[in-house]
Design a protein around this ligand. Structure first.
Ligand SMILES: [Zn+2]
Length: 319
């Protein structure tokens, strides 16, 4: 049957639920690649990370390297078509080169029914995707719109941010290039809170464990715990992780990523959504069926009341 959001849409439209109508609606949604009436068309699922070896092949194919190649890939792979902005309808696509040689794509994702602060920006998507892959740094970022202040601040969390090249694609396809420090003069950074490291600098392991009674949630709980153990939470020291189970049974985890300025921090739910999208497994938030959150009991920072997507079943586990 239709999901809760589709039922609500039908109800608002004053339509009676009948099988024929629902089937016609499903067919029209499938034909237009939409997940629901209010969502923009979604492209076919695709992986959003290019391995270093494949990048080298693309360098040959396109006859360019570095930021020029990234700009070409942004257009070539129509990255912004993968964005999910049902609130703003403003599609952002970004692409970054990692120190490993991998290439990371990012898009903006908006969450209807949540505060706007739940939004994932394309640059945040890339930071999360790179962190999930254990990337050690980013060297160049190309984006189809100027990075907002929020993203400039989150990028500043990254170890090596001072050496990051930032390039905005102009209407004619040319790149307007600068360095990250020029985008954030008089910056507030990790060092102000006595953090001499930074995001992507090293892999955390908080050695958290779950009590035995959560064994019935084995796979989902284990993934959320794995994520919590990787959390980047140097300021609050409140690690947290989320795991999502999709309608096809696939499970994806995401770890909490903090910013020294606090507000640009990425909650573990958002990072798990990035993980599922980066694997080409998630094209609609309606696909999320079950969510597990692992955090500390009596945590100063808690996601227990803000971790939800639609009617997905929620499990809270204290490590
Ligand atoms: Zn932004």
């Amino acid at each position: 049957g239709p999901c809760a959001m589709r039922r609500a849409q039908l109800k608002r439209a004053g339509l009676r639920f009948n099988r024929g109508l629902i089937e016609r609606l499903q067919r029209s949604l499938t034909a237009s690649k939409r997940c629901c009436v209010s969502c923009p068309p979604l492209d076919a699922p695709r992986r959003m990370v290019i391995e270093a070896a494949e990048r080298q092949r693309l360098e040959q194919e396109h006859g360019c390297t570095g930021p020029a190649l990234l700009g070409r890939l942004l257009t070539h792979f129509r990255v912004k078509d993968l964005a999910h902005p049902p609130i703003s309808n403003f599609h952002v696509g970004a692409v970054a080169l990692g120190a490993s040689g991998n290439v990371y794509f990012g898009v903006n994702v908006e969450f209807p029914g949540h505060p706007l602060s739940a939004t994932i920006h394309a640059e945040q998507f890339i930071m999360a995707s790179a962190a999930l892959r254990g990337e050690s740094g980013l060297t160049h970022l190309v984006v189809n719109a100027p990075p907002c202040g929020h993203c400039r601040q989150l990028l500043n969390e990254m170890d090596g941010a001072a050496r990051l090249g930032v390039h905005v694609v102009a209407a004619d396809g040319s790149l307007s290039s600068t360095g990250h420090p020029q985008l954030l003069p008089q910056d507030f950074g990790p060092a102000h809170l006595s953090n001499d490291s930074g995001l992507l600098a090293s892999e955390a392991n908080h050695s958290l464990a779950l009590p035995v009674q959560h064994k019935q949630l084995k796979e989902l709980g284990d993934e959320a715990l794995r994520a919590a153990n990787r959390a980047y939470a140097p300021y609050s020291e409140c690690p947290a992780g989320v795991a999502l189970r999709l309608d096809d049974g696939q499970v994806f985890g995401g770890h909490y990523i903090e910013s020294c300025a606090f507000n640009p921090s990425l909650p573990p739910l958002q990072v798990a959504v990035v993980n599922a999208m980066a694997h080409g497994a998630l094209t609609s938030l309606h696909q999320v069926r079950e969510i597990a959150l692992v955090e500390l009991a009596r945590s100063k920072v808690s996601f227990a009341r803000t971790t939800y997507i639609g009617n997905a079943r929620f499990h809270l586990m204290h490590a």
